[in-house]
Every structure is written in C-alpha cells, then in structure tokens.
Design a binder for this molecule. Structure first.
Ligand SMILES: Cc1cc2nc3c(=O)[nH]c(=O)nc-3n(C[C@H](O)[C@H](O)[C@H](O)COP(=O)(O)OP(=O)(O)OC[C@H]3O[C@@H](n4cnc5c(N)ncnc54)[C@H](O)[C@@H]3O)c2cc1C
Length: 297
C-alpha cells in the first residue's frame, strides 16, 4: 500500500509559494489558493495528483529548508526536527493559469467549533489560521505524466468504484472531473457534517452516496465498509480506487478482494492518514522498513 514515502524529485521540483486567498468551503474544509513566481512550470496531472507541502514551524514565518535537488530528502532528515520544515502530503485540487494558481482543500480534523485544535496536527493548524501572504514551499510535478498520480484504470475497465473520506474528497473530485463522459462510477464518500457535501462536476455517469459520520451513528465503526457491504455493485470489470484512514482502507480492500472477488491488481488503495500516527511516524516506519530490507540484501 502506498502511504507517504518520499517521492523521487524528478519530474518534481521545489516551488516557493504564498497564500493568495483562503475560503471556508464547509464546516470541515478550508480551501487555500496558492500563487508563486515560477508556477507556470508546475504541471498537475489532475485526478489524485499528490504533492509535498513544506510548512514553517509555529515560531517561524517561512519554512527552513535547503533545496539541494536530488539530495533534498537526506538533507531534510539531517536537519533539527524542531527547526526543519514540516513535510506533509496533499492533493492538488485544481491548477489554473493566467493567473498561475492552484487550490488545496484542507480537512480541518480535530478543530472544534471555537477554532481550538488540541487533537490536530501542524498542517491542519497552519491551514486553519493561514492568511494572504503566508509563505511555504512545495515539491510539485513539472510534467503532467508523473508518478504522483495513482488513478490509472487499465484498458478494459467497465466501471469505476471510488471510496474516500474528507482527506480523499479533493482526489475524488479530480478523478470525477477527469473521467470521460458516460463512464459508470459508483462513489462512496464519508464526511463529518451534512454541510460538507460538495458539488462534484463531471461528465461520468456517477452514482454518489454521501455518508455523514454523525448520522451514521457508529462511533469507531466503519461506515464506508458497511455501505460497501450493503451495496449492489454493477456487472462488468471494475477498477477500484480507495483512500482514507489506513485501517479502513485495508478493510475495504479485503472486502473487495476476498468477498466480492475483485482482482487485487485492479484495486488501488492508499492510506491517506493513520489513526494515532503523525506523518513523521509513518515516514519513520517506512525508513526503518527500508533499512531493515537493505540489511537483509
Ligand atoms: C497522497 C495523499 C493525499 C492527501 N491529500 C489530502 C488533501 O488534499 N486534503 C487533506 O485534508 N488531507 C490530505 N491527505 C491527508 C493528510 O496528509 C493527513 O491528514 C495529515 O496527517 C495531516 O497532517 P497534520 O499535520 O494535520 O496531522 P499529523 O501531524 O500528521 O497528525 C496528527 C494527529 O492527527 C491525526 N489525523 C491526521 N489526519 C486525520 C484526519 N483526517 N482525521 C482525524 N485525525 C487525523 C493523526 O492520526 C495524528 O494522531 C493526503 C494524504 C496523502 C497520503
């Protein structure tokens, strides 16, 4: 399963960007529009295009970071964790030209109605209080066909299954906007509040099910898995794209492969976050696993 491994730099590059505007789109989502001098060189592949965000620490006004080209990851890891830029993974919700801008939809997890965020993380806290002119750096693609796009249905696919929570909603929106007219799609989206529903434009023949966590009434439960279990799925060859909390994503994949008979090669599943773990924790796990596997070679 893909989680948050450091991407290869090429065809990605660092861009200095600043906040152009922010817009509270719904109770749980703030959309931040970024601009920057060299953004004409950025090229989103659309769909679920991922990129890396480098945020300042709370006591800094801009991220402390050296763009060392291909050696950036080693250089970043060697920096003092209390001073180096905080790295997080997000989705390019939409890129536009003239003016050169792109949008990112941040889910405000762990932020209460009064704006307090005791259970949140640095990216979410940053997004909740960001304003025009705030600066950060991003590692983003420079060609549309790049390794940061996972949604790649093979030839012969008859219909698409998409499932996600609020962190995956920007990717699902990008995928629906990309699908060719008439493509059959069955979509399950888990949101925190009724008002977190979004209009998701596109030409696909999409059957959308919104699952509101409050209304689902299953604290600690698996509302998307339950909805999937109960769903009548179309005939034909499917391609599934699943993202959200890592444990939930694994359970959904298991259901599709073991109980529904999906070919495992046609199920793309990605943990966008894991309950109780920060992105640093996930990077540390991946690094330790890579070191252990290298020592066995
Ligand atoms: C490929 C990819 C694309 C992504 N795209 C987006 C995107 O477009 N928009 C978006 O909002 N997120 C997106 N995410 C998810 C985002 O990277 C994580 O939610 C990230 O952990 C947020 O960083 P943080 O600093 O706020 O929290 P962290 O410091 O990483 O975590 C702090 C605590 O918050 C918990 N936590 C993290 N996320 C959530 C959550 N959603 N709900 C409840 N608790 C949570 C963690 O388990 C941890 O206990 C994406 C992730 C991946 C891998």
């Amino acid at each position: 399963m893909t989680t948050t491994a450091a991407p290869a730099t090429a065809p990605f590059r660092f861009f200095d960007v600043h906040v152009v505007r922010t817009e509270r789109r719904s109770p749980s989502v703030v959309r931040i529009t970024f601009g920057g001098e060299r953004l004409a060189d950025m090229a989103s592949g659309g769909r679920d295009q991922r990129f890396k965000l480098f945020l300042p620490q709370p006591h800094q006004s801009r991220p402390v970071f050296d763009d060392t080209g291909d050696g950036w990851y080693t250089a970043w890891r060697a920096q003092d964790p209390a001073e180096r830029a905080v790295m997080r993974t997000y989705t390019i919700r939409e890129q536009r030209h003239e003016p050169e801008e792109f949008d990112v939809d941040f889910l405000l997890h762990g932020v209460d109605a009064a704006g307090h965020s005791p259970a949140s993380g640095p990216a979410c806290r940053w997004a909740a209080s960001a304003g025009p002119g705030d600066r950060l750096a991003v590692l983003a693609p420079t060609v549309e066909d790049n390794g940061g796009v996972d949604f790649r249905p093979p030839t012969g696919t008859d219909w698409i299954l998409l499932t996600g929570d609020g962190t995956a909603l920007p990717a699902v929106a990008g995928i629906l906007a990309w699908l060719t007219p008439g493509t059959r799609a069955k979509v399950f989206l888990e949101i925190d509040h009724e008002d977190d529903r979004q209009h998701l434009p596109g030409f696909a023949d999409a059957d959308l099910t919104w699952i509101v966590r409050d209304a689902a009434g299953t604290p600690g439960g698996e509302p998307v898995l339950d909805a999937l279990r109960a769903a009548e799925l179309p005939e034909g060859t499917p391609y599934a794209w699943i993202a959200g909390e890592a444990g939930s994503v694994k359970a959904q994949r298991r259901h599709l492969v073991q109980e529904r008979g999906f070919d495992r090669r046609t199920v793309k599943f990605t943990g966008y976050w894991r309950r109780g773990a920060t992105e640093e924790d996930l990077i540390a796990e991946l690094t330790a696993a890579a070191a252990a596997s290298a020592s066995q070679d």
